[in-house]
Design a protein around this ligand. Structure first.
Ligand code: FAD
Length: 650
């Protein structure tokens, strides 16, 4: 094997979205030499695309807001499957993380009396999202990057080198977490531009790689989101939980086909936009589920009055949690009341003056004008559900963000599981990644500092990772890069074709509405794709070869998709981002059950897994009982809708 460069760090952060940058800042401020590595350009992450805002109960727009109300809303949104401790820490710490951003230079929109403005969003009782127009994520990332630059300037003054204690490796991808026995010892990486391999040795690795949306055909996610961190964690011996819960955002663009799935922010509804079907009816009033009936308006008049007087009116049902709205749109389209291109209408043009629309929703105005030739100040948008976010993720300790069972591995942001239960509320991701990004960085630093001996990167694992990464270049010879015969011989497969087939299968068979027979079919197709993906072949060289990169990403998407399909098949109820046609009701008996996915072969060699059984083993685990003082924040009648009889009697 060729020589592979090695560099030693204390903490390696994989991902430079909000969670990764916040973790890196914390680890560096704790004095650790910290490397950040990201698949695309520095600054280009989903966080930068976040539009609506950061949920934090600062109480600026309504003084009744506080962390307890935020906690309640989050648990209700997640249908009580959230890890209660994560929901508690998140609600308590989110305001501090927003104020901290302000001290680092973030320029939020203001209330008339000069405080940080907060806007309404689905599922939040009070206006709670701190925002910067509809470009909040951009300001968040800009601020964190600016903080990183200031830390690097400090290092330049102290050590004569900007990257002495904090270095960013952009356009570099991690394909394996390395281990020394049970402990993490670093990450195996390649550089996109040159195809060069290198190893970042470190006792602590923080996964902050975001979501999995690229396994689905219609998605708001961009090319990087192939579930890498989820797969890296599985391959390193960690577990994933709640993988059946995938959020289909109700409003993605549906036309023209080239932009299908691109997000239409929830702020459009938060600021007064309404959903109508082809008969012009505001249909959401017909879709308020029993658990939410008391909290939502029954008439259009009441819903409209709420925008001006939220204390004396109930909110309009367009602001129900996302899972409810997505299902309602799906049902309207299925019933033949959809728009010409298979969506429904989202209208702001009749709800507010053009000048207000262009001021409050500048990106949406621009997006529809440029991509669909629609002027949203004069006509409605056509929208439909799009795969947006995964609630499932790495099974972590709530306080420290440490991956359970793998010393030295941490996870924060979208790649971590538990916080959002079965459904995330809008705005709760930006706050999640700040709260738990900070915690992950802090605890990774503490862990690294506490070690008396550093784990070593194993040369054999490095060789194996290199051979795995080079395999697509020798697919047609029927042999691995290291000359071992490939078990499943046959013609080389085109990675793009495999990807399209995977996306279609997940969209059609494990999408927004699920049926048992279709999920069995999905598992069969995934097994077939897995065999074919071993022959994914590419031509050319290693410099900037996107076909090669996709061939490597397929391993991750297949692993993660199998987790989603297996868990979705197992959970025989409908809850949040998991809707079963054959089990349409939420079942209290499932309230306290997490489905846990692990790799079938603990050695991490997916070849050894029995193709008939797949690569993933699923088990059930009871969730920890919710602390009493937190339960007391709810009315008994409400708890009776969610908790099992046993939990209630306790
Ligand atoms: P990301 O910001 O997704 O960053 C992941 C990072 O990991 C990237 O740097 C990527 O390059 C890197 N990476 C991935 N794989 C690898 C690998 N193998 N090796 C190296 N690096 C890797 N949430 C809200 O709360 N409010 C909103 O208004 C909002 N709007 C949204 C709008 C859109 C269009 C989208 C797509 C999402 C929105 N969300 C919103 C969700 C939210 O933006 C994301 O959930 C959140 O930003 C995820 O942050 P993260 O730090 O976990 O990961």
């Amino acid at each position: 094997m060729a020589h592979v460069d090695r560099q030693a760090w204390d903490v390696v952060v994989v991902g430079a979205g909000g969670a990764g940058l916040r973790a890196a800042i914390e680890a560096r401020e704790a004095g650790m030499r910290t490397a950040v590595i990201c698949k695309s350009l520095f600054g280009k992450a989903h966080t930068v695309m976040a539009e609506g805002g950061i949920a934090a109960s600062m109480g600026n727009a309504n003084e009744h807001d506080n962390w307890q109300v935020h906690f309640r809303d989050t648990m209700r949104g997640g249908k009580f499957l959230n890890h209660w401790r994560m929901a508690e820490l998140h609600a308590r710490e989110a305001p501090d993380r927003v104020w901290e951003l302000e001290t680092w230079g973030a320029l939020f929109d203001r209330t008339p009396d000069g405080r940080i403005s907060q806007r309404n969003f689905g599922g939040h009782e009070y206006p709670r999202l701190a925002h910067v127009g509809d470009r909040t994520g951009l300001e968040l990332i800009r601020t964190l990057q600016q903080k990183i630059v200031s830390l690097q300037q400090e290092d330049e003054r102290e050590f004569g080198a900007y990257d002495a204690r904090l270095k960013v490796f952009q356009e570099c991808t991690v394909t394996r977490v390395l281990k020394d026995g049970e402990r993490v010892s670093g990450a195996f990486c390649y550089e996109r531009e040159s195809g060069r391999f290198f190893v970042l040795e470190a006792p602590a690795v923080v996964l902050a790689t975001g979501g999995i949306g690229k396994s689905f055909k219609v998605t708001s996610n961009s090319w990087e989101y192939t579930g890498d961190g989820h797969a890296l964690a599985l391959l390193a011996g960690a577990s994933l939980i709640n993988m059946e819960f995938v959020q289909f955002h109700p409003t993605g663009m549906v036309w023209p086909p080239s932009v299908k799935g691109i997000l239409v922010t929830e702020s459009v509804r938060g600021d007064g936009g309404v959903l109508r079907n082809s008969d012009g009816k505001r249909f959401m009033f017909d879709y308020v589920p029993d658990v939410f009936k008391e909290k939502y308006a029954e008439t259009e008049d009441e819903g409209d009055r709420w925008y001006e007087d939220p204390d004396r009116n109930r909110r309009p049902p367009e602001l129900l949690p996302r899972d409810e709205v997505a299902r309602a749109i799906n049902a309207e389209v299925k019933a033949g009341r959809g728009s010409p291109h298979g969506g429904v209408y989202l209208d702001v043009s009749t709800r507010m003056p053009a000048e207000v629309i262009t001021r409050r929703l500048p990106s949406m105005h621009h997006q529809f004008k440029e991509l669909a030739d629609v002027d949203i100040t004069a006509e409605p948008m056509e929208v439909g559900p799009t795969c947006h976010y995964v609630m499932g993720g790495v099974d972590v300790d709530p306080d420290s963000a440490a991956a359970i069972g793998v010393p030295g591995l941490f996870a924060a942001g979208e790649v971590a599981g538990g916080m959002h239960g079965s459904n995330r509320l809008g705005g709760n991701s930006l706050s999640d990644l700040l709260v738990f990004g900070r915690r992950a960085g802090l605890h990774a630093a503490e862990y690294a500092a506490s070690l008396t001996d550093r784990p070593a990167a194993d040369p054999l694992q490095i060789d194996t990772a290199e051979a795995e990464a080079l395999r697509p270049f020798s697919a047609e010879t029927g042999a691995d890069a290291d000359g071992d015969p490939v078990r499943d011989r046959g013609p080389a497969e085109n990675p793009y074709t495999l990807h399209q087939e995977l996306q279609q299968a997940m969209n059609d068979l494990v999408g927004i509405i699920r049926r048992e027979s279709e999920m069995y079919e999905a598992l069969k197709r995934l097994a077939d794709l897995r065999v074919r993906a071993r022959r994914a072949g590419v031509e050319g060289h290693r410099q900037y070869n996107p076909g090669w990169h996709l061939a490597l990403d397929l391993r991750n998407m297949l692993l993660v998709s199998e987790c989603v399909a297996r868990a979705a098949l197992e959970r025989e109820e409908s809850r949040g981002g998991h809707t079963r046609d054959d089990h349409p009701a939420m079942d209290r008996g499932w309230r306290n059950i997490n489905l846990v996915c692990r790799l079938a072969d603990p050695q991490g060699d997916s070849r050894a897994a029995d193709p008939a059984l797949g690569q993933i083993r699923l088990s059930r685990r009871e969730t920890p009982p919710i602390r009493r003082d937190l339960l007391e924040l709810f009315e008994k009648d409400e708890l009776a809708k969610y908790l099992t009889d046993e939990e209630l009697s306790r």
